[in-house]
Structure formats: C-alpha cells, structure tokens
Write a protein that binds this ligand. Structure first.
Ligand code: ASP
Length: 318
C-alpha cells in the first residue's frame, strides 16, 4: 500500500506490512531492540513526542495491544485518549468517520484503530487530515502489523539469521491476521522455510501465502523447525457450525511436549495470545522453558514505541 508513505518517502500510516521495504523493517526492529529492557529494570522514557496526542479507537476486545500502545505513547511523552467505542457515540449511530473527525478536531495526531471490518484503517487513512497518522491495531482477519513486527523482533532475539530459519505457523491460519502479518514480515526478511500447518478447513485460500509449504499434519509441519508459532481459533470470525470441537482439535493439533520434541531441540514457541490452554497448546509448553510468549508481550511495547516515533517524530519537531 503506497499510501502508507508521505510524498517525501517517510512512513505516515502503518496498515499492512505487505511490501514494506526491508530496510525500514530492519530499522524499526533495530530501534525497538534498543528500547527493550530486562524485566525488573525500568523501561526507557523520553519526551520525544511531548505535545502529541494518540487516540486508541478499539471496537474489538484487546488486552495487550491496547495497553502496550498506551504505554508506548506515554513512555514517549505523548498524551493518550482511550475511546471505549461501545460506550461512545458509535452506538448512537455515529459513523466511524464522524468519530474520527471529532478526534481530529481535538488535535489527535495518531489514531490507533482495531476493527472487525475489513478496510476500516485504510478508509480512515484516506479521509483524515494530512498531519494525522493511522496505525492498525488489528484489521479483521487481514492484518496486524505491529504484531508482525513484535513477532519478528522476538524471533530475531533468539535466531538472528532469518535466511537459515524454518518457521511453522500453526492453527487457524484462515481467519488469522497475525498469520498474514507474520507471512509478510518473515517473507521480506528472507526466512528460508515458512510453513503453514492447519486442518483443511482452517487453511487459507490457495492464492494466499504463496511460497509457504502447507501441512495438514502437525507432525510433518513441526519436523525440524526452529520456531513454532501457535494461533488461537478465531471463534468470532466463524459460524457456530464451523467451530472445531476443542478436544478433537487438541488431539490432532494441540502443541504438547511430545509434539514439540519433533522440532529442533532449541526451537522456540510463540503465541500472540489470548491462549486457549488445552485446545491449541498445553500449559507445560506455554509455561515451559522454550516458550517466548512473555517476551512477545514485552517486545510489543518497544515495537509500538518505535512505530509511533517513526510516524510522529516529524510532528514533534514541527
Ligand atoms: N491478539 C491477537 C489478535 O488480535 C490474536 C488473537 O486474538 O488470537 O489478532
């Protein structure tokens, strides 16, 4: 999406990682890495975005993404408003764009948007004033760009050579925005072997995920991989009738310690959360020594600081 960039080539919006240039991705990861601190240490804070205002506009539930965007903005000195959309005028029939124009009149500089409908971040981006940036915090099943970046940062901390990696993305690929953003970022970073593993009904269309190998057996999908990325079944994006039975799903696709043993001995396990323990992942694995799931959460704040800084730095200096 070329409209993510300003005329001078700088990043204005972040709506998808698809075709984002590799040097930009690497710069964002490098910057984010510099903002990561071990647990127990105080996180870095600055006044880089003092005077800027970031609005979180979430119409789907979120824990980690919303909180980490808020902390990221505050740690950069920006003001933050969190709009509880259920409570706001949208329930009175006000359109998303009217809400956005209201926020714009209140001098909001960046809108962080999560919505269950496809195309909302792009529509907002096409209609806001030139000084306003739009950051997707999860668009339907389509994209979750900051999640893709934090996933790449997490992998990089353990396995810095992407060109030598085998990564398996496992679960409800069909309905997953996390899988799509991972596919884009890992593709750009040159991951050697990217696999998608799912039961046939949760596989994406054949036109999607080109270049990935497809596995309907977890055993073959995990064989010798360096990274296992587990996904939640996106119940909210499926008709009741299509929902797989939890026990049967776990029997074939649950990541147990025995199945993890098929991956490389130093393989890492990821999950974007929320996790369904006992459905897609066993607690022993989620909480075990190979799990980097909590690192992903910590890295999320650093990545969102790097992104906010990238899109708003010009404004802070203006
Ligand atoms: N939190 C992630 C998302 O918003 C993953 C999930 O919900 O399963 O897409």
């Amino acid at each position: 999406m070329s409209t993510q960039f300003r005329a001078d080539g700088s990043l204005r919006h972040l709506i998808t990682l698809e075709s984002l240039p590799r040097p930009l991705i690497e710069r964002l990861l490098e910057r984010a890495q510099g903002l990561v601190r071990p647990l127990g240490e105080r996180p870095p804070v600055s006044r880089a975005l003092a005077g800027c205002t970031v609005a979180n506009l979430f119409t789907e539930p979120s824990t980690r993404t919303r909180v980490s965007f808020e902390l990221a903005a505050k740690r950069l000195g920006a003001d933050v408003v969190n709009l509880e959309v259920q409570l706001s005028s949208r329930v009175k029939g006000e359109s998303m764009l009217d809400t956005v124009y209201t926020l714009q009149s209140l001098h909001v500089d960046a809108l962080v948007i999560r919505d269950a409908e496809t195309g909302v971040p792009a529509t907002v981006a096409a209609n806001v004033a030139p000084h306003v940036s739009v950051l997707s915090a999860g668009e339907a099943h389509v994209a979750h760009p900051t999640q893709g970046l934090l996933d790449a940062l997490t992998v990089r901390q353990y396995k810095p050579r992407f060109d030598r990696l085998s990564i398996a993305i496992v679960g409800d690929i069909r309905h997953s925005r996390v899988a799509r953003s991972a596919f884009h970022v890992f593709g750009t970073l040159g991951v050697a072997d990217l696999r998608i593993v799912a039961p046939p009904v949760l596989m994406p269309e054949p036109t999607e995920f080109s270049g990935c190998t497809r596995h309907t057996s977890l055993e073959s999908g995990l064989d010798g991989v360096d990274v296992v990325m587990m996904l939640r079944i996106q119940k909210e994006r499926m008709a009741q009738i299509d929902l797989p039975d939890g026990d049967r799903y776990y029997a074939s696709y649950g990541l147990t310690p025995e199945r993890l043993a098929l991956a490389r001995p130093d393989a890492i396990v990821m999950h974007p959360q929320p996790m369904n323990r006992g459905i897609e992942i066993a607690s022993e694995v989620a909480d075990g020594p190979r799990s980097v799931i909590r690192d992903q959460v910590r890295n999320g704040v650093a990545v969102r600081m790097a992104v906010l800084n990238e899109v708003l730095a010009w404004r802070a200096g203006a």
